[in-house]
Design a protein around this ligand. Sequence first.
Ligand code: F6R
Length: 600
Amino acid sequence: MCGIVGYIGQNDTKEILLNGLEKLEYRGYDSAGIATLNNYGLHLFKAKGRIATLREKVDTTVASSIGIGHTRWATHGEPSEENAHPHQSSSGRFTLVHNGVIENYYELRDDYLSDVNLISETDTEVIIQLMEVLYNQYQDVAEAFRQTVALLKGSYAIALIDAEDQDTIYVAKNKSPLLIGLGEGFNVIASDAMATLKETNRYLEIHDKEVVLVNRNYVEIQKLDGIAVEREPYIAEIDAADIEKGTYAHFMLKEIDEQPFVMRKIIKAYQNQQGNIKLDASVEKAMLEADRIYIVAAGTSYHAGLIGKQMIERLANIPVEVHIASEFSYNMPLLSAKPLFIFISQSGETADSRAVLVRIKELGHSALTITNVPGSTLSREADYTLHLYAGPEIAVASTKAYTAQIAVLTILAVGTAKAKGMTLDFDPLQELAIVSSVMESLTDQKDTFQQIAIDLFTETRNAFFIGRGVDYFVAQEASLKLKEISYIQAEGFAGGELKHGTIALIEEGTPVIAIATQENVNYSIRGNVQEVAARGAKTCIFSMEGLHQDNDAFVLPQVHELLTPLVSVIPMQLLAYYAALHRDCDVDKPRNLAKSVTVE
Ligand code: F6R
């Protein structure tokens, strides 16, 4: 959460910073700011709200070739100009942007800053004031920076400039992402390479607890004791077109439409020359050695994990537990003798999941991360990684990463079953190819889903999604999609569970959307629909060809019964999209949220 960008070079900084922040807005968008430096001193611009508001406040006549910027998702202190970054030390000499949470903020304030008047409510201000106190002690900026960083506990990605030095940006990180982009006569800093792809595609990783001195012509990575570290850059494989909306009104709609292509990319990536599933031998071995699998994830990725459990148990015959990352440490289950942990995370940066990864690594267990960002923290710190190949997902509401997660979990389950010598009565890659065609036919029927969304959601304050078996898991995802972008109170329920209490909420006109793709529960879920209809609910059934009945709202083309979530979720995503659109909500950037949740 929060995005950082920095530039030091020959050109004017403002546009580079503002463009970069626009690309990072998915990380937080409640306030923003930039600081630039030239011979006339430091120029600070801040605004509450979006980058567009900041843009209006930036003085276009101020030119400079060094600067830092920040877009915020508030943790300490409300969204306001005062709490927006960059923050400054009391004398105004040092200016800083920060992403993360400083856990020893109170101790640092009490131990070092009793004489300093803090003006914001942020934990960040403590860092920059501490820097000034330590500079006064050491009289050396690089040394004071290293000493400051050494005192910080918690997560941070920071970039600092010194009003008396136009040649250096000081950078450090721990647990929060930050990269250095390399250019000719310039260098950039970014939370995500997407922000600075226009400038360069060559990047340097920074490891936790390293500091970096970034100059126009060189970059020096150091350990906290000042010892230099050598590291080779890598090329960021992101297509610039992937991070633009093109002709779409919203990234979410573009990403919904991309799902058939993502399926095909996944099929290609996990297929060998004989057309069979190809899994890394080390991943196969880890799966075969495990006596129980623990899937750990948050939000939409957790919902994909619920479906993954079914796949792995049914196809590979290994018991699986699925855990909400933020609860795992407090409700830690009794672990089996040979556990394997699977972390599912689009961003690979989710702090709740990372906290579990750190904990289980301390206990000596193995971990596999399934992520859309192979160089991410969860990927680097796990033993194995499976890539989602979904391309950058920019809308805050996850769509294509969810279906990619289910597809990769299917491949993992099938690959493991085959490695165990089990035979399957279907060709998984062939079935996934059918899924991709069905997805395409569904995304072509947007008008139908738009009309259903208008009928169901224009007036309502609440809605229920119900299903049984695997449809229940899709119902949970459907309700999350609807509530996060349209702000309609929605719940995903097991069809049979409503009558145990929640049915009391059903009133005349309450929308109840049932997903009915499974033969073994077709009659029982329809019975549940009757129960709510009898109490006035406005019901709507999404069924599957072969199981459908007259008056179903929509009949999904048939796919393999294990893969139905991949197609039944598409109308649900589109219902949420159109509900939000018709309620005038900000589809891509819903209130209070951020794409990459890097605080616990
Ligand atoms: C909802 C959504 C979130 C994320 C969750 C985990 O649309 O995107 O619920 O799924 O914050 O994020 P990742 O997958 O990046 O770990």
